[in-house]
Design a protein around this ligand. Structure first.
Ligand code: ADP
Length: 426
Protein backbone atom coordinates (compact mmCIF):
# COMPACT_ATOMS: atom_id res chain seq x y z
CA UNK A 1 0.00 0.00 0.00
CA UNK A 2 1.41 3.39 -0.91
CA UNK A 3 1.60 6.35 1.45
CA UNK A 4 -1.30 8.15 -0.17
CA UNK A 5 -3.75 5.21 0.22
CA UNK A 6 -2.59 4.70 3.83
CA UNK A 7 -3.33 8.42 4.44
CA UNK A 8 -6.79 7.92 2.90
CA UNK A 9 -7.36 4.91 5.19
CA UNK A 10 -6.24 6.96 8.18
CA UNK A 11 -8.81 9.68 7.34
CA UNK A 12 -11.49 7.09 6.71
CA UNK A 13 -10.86 5.43 10.12
CA UNK A 14 -10.92 8.86 11.80
CA UNK A 15 -14.31 9.68 10.26
CA UNK A 16 -15.70 6.26 11.29
CA UNK A 17 -14.47 6.80 14.90
CA UNK A 18 -15.96 10.33 14.88
CA UNK A 19 -19.31 8.93 13.70
CA UNK A 20 -19.30 6.15 16.39
CA UNK A 21 -18.41 8.66 19.15
CA UNK A 22 -21.09 11.03 17.77
CA UNK A 23 -23.73 8.28 17.78
CA UNK A 24 -22.78 7.13 21.34
CA UNK A 25 -22.61 10.64 22.83
CA UNK A 26 -25.50 12.08 20.81
CA UNK A 27 -23.21 14.96 19.61
CA UNK A 28 -22.82 13.76 16.07
CA UNK A 29 -21.89 17.03 14.30
CA UNK A 30 -19.59 18.30 17.13
CA UNK A 31 -17.75 14.97 17.21
CA UNK A 32 -17.10 15.13 13.44
CA UNK A 33 -15.82 18.74 13.67
CA UNK A 34 -13.63 17.85 16.68
CA UNK A 35 -11.93 14.86 14.99
CA UNK A 36 -11.47 16.63 11.62
CA UNK A 37 -10.06 19.79 13.28
CA UNK A 38 -7.60 17.56 15.17
CA UNK A 39 -6.60 15.91 11.89
CA UNK A 40 -6.04 19.28 10.15
CA UNK A 41 -4.04 20.65 13.10
CA UNK A 42 -1.85 17.55 13.05
CA UNK A 43 -1.13 18.17 9.34
CA UNK A 44 -0.40 21.85 10.01
CA UNK A 45 2.13 20.79 12.60
CA UNK A 46 3.77 18.40 10.13
CA UNK A 47 3.76 21.09 7.43
CA UNK A 48 5.42 23.49 9.82
CA UNK A 49 8.22 21.07 10.74
CA UNK A 50 8.64 20.15 7.05
CA UNK A 51 8.99 23.80 6.04
CA UNK A 52 11.51 24.47 8.88
CA UNK A 53 13.50 21.42 7.83
CA UNK A 54 13.52 22.65 4.21
CA UNK A 55 14.71 26.10 5.30
CA UNK A 56 17.58 24.52 7.23
CA UNK A 57 18.78 22.77 4.06
CA UNK A 58 16.87 19.47 4.22
CA UNK A 59 19.72 17.51 5.87
CA UNK A 60 19.07 13.75 6.44
CA UNK A 61 19.86 13.67 10.21
CA UNK A 62 17.37 16.48 10.82
CA UNK A 63 14.67 14.87 8.69
CA UNK A 64 11.33 15.27 10.55
CA UNK A 65 10.39 11.77 11.65
CA UNK A 66 6.90 11.04 10.64
CA UNK A 67 4.75 8.51 9.01
CA UNK A 68 2.45 8.34 6.01
CA UNK A 69 2.50 11.05 3.42
CA UNK A 70 4.92 13.29 5.36
CA UNK A 71 7.53 10.56 5.66
CA UNK A 72 7.21 10.01 1.93
CA UNK A 73 7.48 13.72 1.12
CA UNK A 74 10.60 14.05 3.29
CA UNK A 75 12.34 11.05 1.73
CA UNK A 76 11.41 12.28 -1.80
CA UNK A 77 12.87 15.69 -0.93
CA UNK A 78 16.11 14.05 0.20
CA UNK A 79 16.33 12.06 -3.05
CA UNK A 80 15.69 15.19 -5.14
CA UNK A 81 18.27 17.16 -3.22
CA UNK A 82 20.82 14.36 -3.77
CA UNK A 83 20.06 14.39 -7.50
CA UNK A 84 20.43 18.18 -7.72
CA UNK A 85 23.74 18.05 -5.83
CA UNK A 86 25.09 15.31 -8.12
CA UNK A 87 24.01 17.31 -11.22
CA UNK A 88 25.61 20.44 -9.81
CA UNK A 89 28.84 18.57 -9.15
CA UNK A 90 28.76 17.14 -12.65
CA UNK A 91 28.20 20.62 -14.14
CA UNK A 92 31.00 22.06 -12.05
CA UNK A 93 33.36 19.32 -13.24
CA UNK A 94 32.27 19.98 -16.82
CA UNK A 95 32.85 23.72 -16.37
CA UNK A 96 36.33 23.08 -14.99
CA UNK A 97 37.12 20.77 -17.90
CA UNK A 98 35.66 23.26 -20.40
CA UNK A 99 37.81 26.05 -18.93
CA UNK A 100 40.86 23.78 -19.01
CA UNK A 101 40.25 23.05 -22.71
CA UNK A 102 39.82 26.75 -23.44
CA UNK A 103 42.95 27.65 -21.48
CA UNK A 104 44.91 25.11 -23.50
CA UNK A 105 43.94 26.88 -26.75
CA UNK A 106 47.28 27.91 -28.21
CA UNK A 107 45.79 30.92 -30.01
CA UNK A 108 44.04 34.04 -28.85
CA UNK A 109 40.43 32.93 -28.42
CA UNK A 110 37.04 34.38 -27.47
CA UNK A 111 33.96 32.35 -26.58
CA UNK A 112 30.57 33.91 -27.37
CA UNK A 113 27.00 32.79 -26.76
CA UNK A 114 23.97 32.80 -29.07
CA UNK A 115 23.44 36.56 -28.51
CA UNK A 116 27.09 37.22 -29.56
CA UNK A 117 27.94 38.17 -25.94
CA UNK A 118 31.50 37.48 -24.79
CA UNK A 119 31.50 34.56 -22.34
CA UNK A 120 35.18 33.96 -22.00
CA UNK A 121 38.33 35.48 -23.38
CA UNK A 122 41.97 34.51 -22.93
CA UNK A 123 44.81 36.95 -22.17
CA UNK A 124 46.26 37.01 -25.68
CA UNK A 125 42.89 37.70 -27.32
CA UNK A 126 42.19 40.46 -24.81
CA UNK A 127 45.53 42.08 -25.57
CA UNK A 128 45.07 41.95 -29.38
CA UNK A 129 41.54 43.35 -29.17
CA UNK A 130 42.35 45.87 -26.39
CA UNK A 131 39.68 44.26 -24.17
CA UNK A 132 39.49 43.98 -20.40
CA UNK A 133 38.91 40.35 -19.50
CA UNK A 134 36.59 40.97 -16.56
CA UNK A 135 34.85 44.17 -17.67
CA UNK A 136 34.02 43.15 -21.22
CA UNK A 137 32.56 39.71 -20.45
CA UNK A 138 28.83 39.83 -21.17
CA UNK A 139 29.11 42.60 -23.78
CA UNK A 140 28.13 41.70 -27.37
CA UNK A 141 31.27 41.37 -29.50
CA UNK A 142 29.74 43.50 -32.26
CA UNK A 143 29.46 46.41 -29.77
CA UNK A 144 33.20 46.26 -29.27
CA UNK A 145 34.28 45.55 -32.84
CA UNK A 146 32.04 47.67 -35.01
CA UNK A 147 32.16 46.03 -38.42
CA UNK A 148 29.31 45.13 -40.74
CA UNK A 149 31.25 42.13 -42.01
CA UNK A 150 31.66 40.81 -38.47
CA UNK A 151 27.96 41.24 -37.75
CA UNK A 152 27.14 39.33 -40.94
CA UNK A 153 29.50 36.52 -39.88
CA UNK A 154 28.03 36.39 -36.36
CA UNK A 155 24.48 36.27 -37.68
CA UNK A 156 25.26 33.42 -40.05
CA UNK A 157 24.87 29.87 -38.78
CA UNK A 158 27.94 28.66 -40.63
CA UNK A 159 31.55 28.75 -39.56
CA UNK A 160 33.54 31.41 -41.36
CA UNK A 161 36.60 33.62 -41.57
CA UNK A 162 37.15 37.35 -41.73
CA UNK A 163 39.95 39.87 -42.00
CA UNK A 164 39.44 43.27 -40.36
CA UNK A 165 41.28 46.15 -38.64
CA UNK A 166 41.69 45.63 -34.89
CA UNK A 167 39.46 47.83 -32.70
CA UNK A 168 41.14 50.98 -31.30
CA UNK A 169 44.24 50.29 -33.43
CA UNK A 170 43.81 50.59 -37.19
CA UNK A 171 47.52 49.73 -37.70
CA UNK A 172 46.78 46.23 -36.56
CA UNK A 173 45.13 43.77 -38.95
CA UNK A 174 43.46 40.66 -37.54
CA UNK A 175 42.10 37.43 -38.96
CA UNK A 176 39.10 35.87 -37.19
CA UNK A 177 38.00 32.23 -37.52
CA UNK A 178 34.55 31.48 -36.18
CA UNK A 179 33.64 27.90 -35.26
CA UNK A 180 30.79 26.30 -33.36
CA UNK A 181 31.43 24.43 -30.11
CA UNK A 182 27.84 23.65 -29.10
CA UNK A 183 24.45 24.86 -30.37
CA UNK A 184 24.77 28.18 -28.58
CA UNK A 185 28.47 28.46 -27.90
CA UNK A 186 30.91 29.57 -30.58
CA UNK A 187 34.64 30.23 -30.47
CA UNK A 188 36.52 32.89 -32.36
CA UNK A 189 40.25 32.32 -32.87
CA UNK A 190 42.21 35.45 -33.63
CA UNK A 191 45.47 35.83 -35.54
CA UNK A 192 47.45 39.02 -35.72
CA UNK A 193 48.30 39.26 -39.42
CA UNK A 194 49.56 42.86 -39.38
CA UNK A 195 53.06 41.87 -40.49
CA UNK A 196 52.02 39.70 -43.46
CA UNK A 197 49.35 42.28 -44.34
CA UNK A 198 51.98 45.05 -44.45
CA UNK A 199 54.35 42.84 -46.48
CA UNK A 200 51.58 41.98 -48.92
CA UNK A 201 50.61 45.63 -49.29
CA UNK A 202 54.29 46.50 -49.89
CA UNK A 203 54.56 43.69 -52.47
CA UNK A 204 51.46 44.86 -54.28
CA UNK A 205 52.57 48.45 -54.30
CA UNK A 206 56.05 47.42 -55.55
CA UNK A 207 54.54 45.39 -58.42
CA UNK A 208 52.20 48.20 -59.30
CA UNK A 209 54.94 50.90 -59.20
CA UNK A 210 57.49 48.78 -61.06
CA UNK A 211 54.94 47.91 -63.76
CA UNK A 212 54.01 51.58 -64.19
CA UNK A 213 57.66 52.59 -64.46
CA UNK A 214 58.37 49.86 -67.04
CA UNK A 215 55.38 50.65 -69.20
CA UNK A 216 56.60 53.94 -70.69
CA UNK A 217 60.11 52.82 -71.75
CA UNK A 218 58.62 49.65 -73.26
CA UNK A 219 56.11 51.64 -75.30
CA UNK A 220 59.02 53.72 -76.65
CA UNK A 221 61.08 50.58 -77.45
CA UNK A 222 58.07 49.03 -79.23
CA UNK A 223 57.59 52.21 -81.23
CA UNK A 224 61.25 52.36 -82.32
CA UNK A 225 61.24 48.67 -83.26
CA UNK A 226 58.16 49.25 -85.39
CA UNK A 227 59.81 52.18 -87.20
CA UNK A 228 63.03 50.16 -87.64
CA UNK A 229 61.18 47.17 -89.13
CA UNK A 230 59.84 49.43 -91.88
CA UNK A 231 63.32 50.39 -93.01
CA UNK A 232 63.69 48.89 -96.52
CA UNK A 233 67.54 49.00 -96.52
CA UNK A 234 67.84 46.36 -93.73
CA UNK A 235 69.13 42.86 -94.47
CA UNK A 236 66.91 39.78 -93.97
CA UNK A 237 68.80 38.74 -90.80
CA UNK A 238 68.45 42.29 -89.36
CA UNK A 239 64.69 42.19 -90.00
CA UNK A 240 64.45 38.78 -88.29
CA UNK A 241 66.35 40.13 -85.26
CA UNK A 242 64.08 43.17 -85.06
CA UNK A 243 61.00 40.93 -85.33
CA UNK A 244 62.23 38.70 -82.48
CA UNK A 245 63.01 41.76 -80.34
CA UNK A 246 59.58 43.18 -81.16
CA UNK A 247 57.81 39.91 -80.20
CA UNK A 248 59.64 39.80 -76.86
CA UNK A 249 58.99 43.42 -76.05
CA UNK A 250 55.30 42.98 -76.94
CA UNK A 251 55.15 39.96 -74.65
CA UNK A 252 56.71 42.07 -71.93
CA UNK A 253 54.10 44.79 -72.53
CA UNK A 254 51.35 42.19 -72.18
CA UNK A 255 52.99 40.85 -69.00
CA UNK A 256 53.14 44.33 -67.49
CA UNK A 257 49.56 45.03 -68.51
CA UNK A 258 48.40 41.76 -66.85
CA UNK A 259 50.49 42.47 -63.74
CA UNK A 260 48.88 45.89 -63.44
CA UNK A 261 45.40 44.38 -63.80
CA UNK A 262 46.16 41.68 -61.20
CA UNK A 263 47.73 44.03 -58.65
CA UNK A 264 44.86 46.48 -59.26
CA UNK A 265 42.42 43.68 -58.48
CA UNK A 266 44.33 42.60 -55.37
CA UNK A 267 44.38 46.14 -54.01
CA UNK A 268 40.78 46.74 -54.95
CA UNK A 269 38.27 47.10 -52.16
CA UNK A 270 35.05 45.42 -53.41
CA UNK A 271 33.05 47.96 -51.40
CA UNK A 272 34.32 50.91 -53.41
CA UNK A 273 34.38 49.18 -56.80
CA UNK A 274 31.90 50.65 -59.22
CA UNK A 275 29.24 47.98 -59.75
CA UNK A 276 25.96 48.10 -61.61
CA UNK A 277 23.35 45.80 -63.15
CA UNK A 278 24.87 44.48 -66.36
CA UNK A 279 23.67 42.33 -69.19
CA UNK A 280 26.67 40.01 -69.33
CA UNK A 281 25.57 38.74 -72.77
CA UNK A 282 26.53 42.14 -74.23
CA UNK A 283 30.02 41.88 -72.73
CA UNK A 284 30.41 38.32 -74.10
CA UNK A 285 29.51 39.63 -77.58
CA UNK A 286 32.01 42.50 -77.33
CA UNK A 287 34.75 40.06 -76.28
CA UNK A 288 33.91 37.75 -79.19
CA UNK A 289 34.00 40.65 -81.68
CA UNK A 290 37.46 41.52 -80.36
CA UNK A 291 38.77 37.92 -80.38
CA UNK A 292 37.44 37.10 -83.85
CA UNK A 293 40.19 39.35 -85.21
CA UNK A 294 42.94 37.26 -83.55
CA UNK A 295 44.88 34.95 -85.93
CA UNK A 296 44.45 31.84 -83.69
CA UNK A 297 40.65 31.94 -83.85
CA UNK A 298 39.64 28.97 -86.02
CA UNK A 299 37.07 27.19 -83.85
CA UNK A 300 33.29 26.93 -84.07
CA UNK A 301 31.68 28.86 -81.27
CA UNK A 302 28.27 27.88 -79.95
CA UNK A 303 26.51 30.47 -77.80
CA UNK A 304 23.94 29.44 -75.18
CA UNK A 305 23.51 32.82 -73.63
CA UNK A 306 20.54 34.23 -71.69
CA UNK A 307 20.43 37.65 -73.37
CA UNK A 308 18.52 39.46 -70.63
CA UNK A 309 20.12 37.82 -67.58
CA UNK A 310 21.60 40.62 -65.50
CA UNK A 311 24.31 40.58 -62.86
CA UNK A 312 25.25 43.27 -60.35
CA UNK A 313 28.99 43.47 -60.95
CA UNK A 314 31.95 45.51 -62.10
CA UNK A 315 31.83 45.84 -65.90
CA UNK A 316 35.59 45.96 -66.22
CA UNK A 317 36.11 42.86 -64.06
CA UNK A 318 33.39 40.91 -65.90
CA UNK A 319 35.07 41.87 -69.20
CA UNK A 320 38.39 40.47 -67.87
CA UNK A 321 36.68 37.20 -66.91
CA UNK A 322 35.04 36.73 -70.32
CA UNK A 323 38.14 37.79 -72.26
CA UNK A 324 40.59 35.51 -70.43
CA UNK A 325 38.40 32.40 -70.43
CA UNK A 326 37.29 32.65 -74.06
CA UNK A 327 40.79 33.60 -75.23
CA UNK A 328 42.24 30.55 -73.41
CA UNK A 329 39.65 28.23 -74.99
CA UNK A 330 40.72 29.58 -78.40
CA UNK A 331 44.45 29.36 -77.60
CA UNK A 332 44.40 25.86 -76.11
CA UNK A 333 42.04 23.96 -78.41
CA UNK A 334 42.54 22.72 -81.97
CA UNK A 335 41.24 24.37 -85.14
CA UNK A 336 37.64 23.45 -86.10
CA UNK A 337 36.88 22.10 -82.63
CA UNK A 338 33.82 23.39 -80.80
CA UNK A 339 33.75 25.94 -78.02
CA UNK A 340 30.49 26.30 -76.08
CA UNK A 341 29.86 29.50 -74.17
CA UNK A 342 27.00 29.44 -71.65
CA UNK A 343 25.45 32.19 -69.52
CA UNK A 344 22.43 31.01 -67.55
CA UNK A 345 20.55 31.29 -64.28
CA UNK A 346 20.36 28.31 -61.95
CA UNK A 347 18.21 29.01 -58.85
CA UNK A 348 20.00 31.80 -56.95
CA UNK A 349 23.14 31.45 -59.01
CA UNK A 350 24.24 32.73 -62.40
CA UNK A 351 26.69 30.54 -64.25
CA UNK A 352 29.17 31.52 -66.95
CA UNK A 353 30.98 28.60 -68.53
CA UNK A 354 33.37 28.08 -71.41
CA UNK A 355 33.70 24.50 -72.62
CA UNK A 356 36.34 23.46 -75.10
CA UNK A 357 37.58 20.28 -76.80
CA UNK A 358 41.23 21.01 -76.18
CA UNK A 359 43.91 18.89 -74.54
CA UNK A 360 42.45 19.16 -71.09
CA UNK A 361 44.32 19.29 -67.81
CA UNK A 362 45.48 16.80 -65.19
CA UNK A 363 44.34 17.10 -61.54
CA UNK A 364 47.75 18.43 -60.50
CA UNK A 365 47.65 21.07 -63.22
CA UNK A 366 44.14 22.14 -62.14
CA UNK A 367 45.40 22.60 -58.56
CA UNK A 368 48.11 25.05 -59.66
CA UNK A 369 46.47 26.71 -62.60
CA UNK A 370 45.33 29.88 -60.83
CA UNK A 371 48.76 30.58 -59.34
CA UNK A 372 50.41 33.60 -60.97
CA UNK A 373 52.86 32.72 -63.80
CA UNK A 374 51.93 29.03 -63.80
CA UNK A 375 51.78 27.58 -67.32
CA UNK A 376 51.44 23.89 -68.20
CA UNK A 377 54.38 22.18 -69.88
CA UNK A 378 52.22 21.53 -72.91
CA UNK A 379 51.41 25.26 -73.30
CA UNK A 380 55.10 26.14 -73.00
CA UNK A 381 56.15 23.35 -75.40
CA UNK A 382 53.72 24.46 -78.08
CA UNK A 383 54.96 28.04 -77.69
CA UNK A 384 51.43 29.30 -77.18
CA UNK A 385 51.74 32.95 -76.24
CA UNK A 386 50.75 33.77 -72.71
CA UNK A 387 51.81 35.30 -69.42
CA UNK A 388 50.43 32.76 -66.95
CA UNK A 389 48.43 35.54 -65.29
CA UNK A 390 45.07 35.24 -67.08
CA UNK A 391 43.48 32.71 -64.71
CA UNK A 392 44.83 34.51 -61.63
CA UNK A 393 43.01 37.58 -62.93
CA UNK A 394 39.85 35.53 -63.53
CA UNK A 395 40.05 34.01 -60.03
CA UNK A 396 40.45 37.42 -58.34
CA UNK A 397 37.82 39.13 -60.51
CA UNK A 398 35.30 36.35 -59.78
CA UNK A 399 35.92 36.60 -56.03
CA UNK A 400 35.31 40.33 -56.12
CA UNK A 401 31.89 39.80 -57.65
CA UNK A 402 30.63 37.07 -55.31
CA UNK A 403 31.72 34.35 -57.72
CA UNK A 404 34.08 31.41 -57.71
CA UNK A 405 35.92 29.47 -60.38
CA UNK A 406 35.30 25.77 -60.94
CA UNK A 407 37.32 23.74 -63.44
CA UNK A 408 36.20 20.42 -64.88
CA UNK A 409 38.82 18.85 -67.05
CA UNK A 410 40.73 15.68 -67.76
CA UNK A 411 43.60 15.05 -70.18
CA UNK A 412 42.44 14.64 -73.83
CA UNK A 413 38.80 15.33 -72.93
CA UNK A 414 38.68 19.10 -73.07
CA UNK A 415 37.98 21.54 -70.26
CA UNK A 416 35.09 23.49 -68.82
CA UNK A 417 35.90 26.67 -66.93
CA UNK A 418 32.89 27.74 -64.92
CA UNK A 419 32.31 30.87 -62.85
CA UNK A 420 29.44 30.53 -60.40
CA UNK A 421 28.06 33.84 -59.17
CA UNK A 422 25.92 33.87 -56.01
CA UNK A 423 23.14 36.29 -56.93
CA UNK A 424 21.31 36.16 -53.59
CA UNK A 425 24.09 37.95 -51.68
CA UNK A 426 23.82 41.17 -53.67
P1 ADP B 1 48.22 32.11 -70.16
O1 ADP B 1 48.49 33.54 -70.40
O2 ADP B 1 49.44 31.28 -70.14
O3 ADP B 1 47.14 31.57 -71.00
P2 ADP B 1 46.46 31.64 -67.94
O4 ADP B 1 46.63 32.00 -66.51
O5 ADP B 1 45.28 32.13 -68.65
O6 ADP B 1 47.78 32.10 -68.63
O7 ADP B 1 46.48 30.08 -68.01
C1 ADP B 1 47.47 29.37 -67.27
C2 ADP B 1 47.76 28.06 -67.95
O8 ADP B 1 46.62 27.21 -67.85
C3 ADP B 1 48.00 28.19 -69.42
O9 ADP B 1 49.34 28.51 -69.66
C4 ADP B 1 47.63 26.81 -69.92
O10 ADP B 1 48.72 25.95 -69.70
C5 ADP B 1 46.52 26.38 -69.01
N1 ADP B 1 45.18 26.61 -69.60
C6 ADP B 1 44.40 27.70 -69.45
N2 ADP B 1 43.24 27.54 -70.11
C7 ADP B 1 43.26 26.33 -70.68
C8 ADP B 1 42.37 25.57 -71.48
N3 ADP B 1 41.18 26.05 -71.85
N4 ADP B 1 42.76 24.33 -71.89
C9 ADP B 1 43.94 23.81 -71.50
N5 ADP B 1 44.84 24.49 -70.76
C10 ADP B 1 44.52 25.72 -70.35
Amino acid sequence: MNNFSSEKNKLFTLIVVAIIVGVITGYFFESLVFFLAGYILWHFDKLNSYSKWLQKGAQIPEMPIGSGIWARLSSDTVQLRKKILTERLKNQKLKVRFNEILRSFPFPTIVINGRHEIQWINKRAASILSLQRKKDVGIPLNNIIRSEKLLELLKSDDPGELEIDAPKNSNRRIHLTLSRLTRNIRTISIRDISESYRLNAARQSFISNASHELRTPLTIINGYLEILSQNKTLSKSDIEMIQTASEHSQRMSKLIQDLLVLSGLEQDDPKTTLKRNLKFATIINDVLEHLKKSPGYKQKIELKVAKDLQIYASEYQMYSIALNLIENAIKYSPDNSQITITWKKDKDRAIFSVEDQGEGLSEKEIERITQPFYRTKSAQGKMVKGTGLGLSIVHEAARRNEGFLEIESSPRHGSTFKIIFLMGKK
